[in-house]
Design a protein. Structure first.
Length: 209
């Protein structure tokens, strides 16, 4: 079964408080999401493989370490996921960025893919799907399905806030995908919103209603 990592770093928790606060305006909200994504990227890359190489410093020859293994790709779920991309790129500037667009079918209420654009070398990359919220889990599962059917073998899911219901759905549908979150909230309400949550992440990021 997939593992769930909840980041309790004081800086992440401090910034998350202001992300949740309804008084936080669009500009500050956007900046805070960007900052937390960077801090989370530091944690999510902790297990990246490294190898030893030899370089010449101004003083002598030294054996030191560099990243090895697969290349990274970041895939935001449109549209709110876009708010987390730059924060991750600050630490992994060479990463490629894909995009997956989903909408909810008004009759079935299930997510439907309307857009997918990924790097050409899908099988050779480690993918990090980013979305601020993991509520019912429907969009996350569909995004993971989209990557897998195009050949992705290594996928992680990263979000700011998750509901237990969404975590359970990913674990059941994709037990090979680990989940990285800044906070695990109480529950979903009758309308599918995370409680206590932060409202609609997309609207708060882009100033829409």
């Amino acid at each position: 079964m997939s593992k769930v990592y909840v980041f309790d770093h004081p800086l992440i928790q401090h910034k998350l408080t202001y992300i949740r606060d309804k008084k936080t305006g669009t500009k500050e909200f956007r900046e805070l999401v960007d900052e937390v994504a960077t801090l989370m990227a530091f944690e999510i890359t902790r297990d990246m493989p490294i190898e030893e190489i030899e370089i010449e410093t101004p003083v002598t020859i030294a054996k030191t370490k560099v990243l090895s293994g697969k290349k990274i790709a970041i895939v935001p779920i449109l549209r709110a996921g876009i708010g987390m991309v730059d924060g991750v790129l600050k630490l992994i500037p060479a990463a490629k960025v894909g995009h997956i667009g989903l909408y909810r079918d008004p009759e079935t209420l299930k997510p439907v893919e309307y857009y997918a654009k990924l790097p050409a070398d899908v099988e050779e990359r480690d993918f990090i799907i980013v979305d601020p919220m993991l509520a019912t889990g429907g969009s996350a599962v569909e995004a993971i399905n989209s990557l897998k059917k195009r050949g992705a073998k290594s996928i992680k899911f990263m979000c700011l806030i998750a509901a237990p219901e969404g975590v359970k759905v990913i674990q059941e549908e994709h037990p090979d995908v680990d989940i990285y979150i800044a906070a695990l909230d109480e529950k979903l309400d009758d309308h599918g919103y995370i409680v206590p949550g932060l409202g609609d992440a997309g609207d708060r990021l882009f100033g829409t209603k």
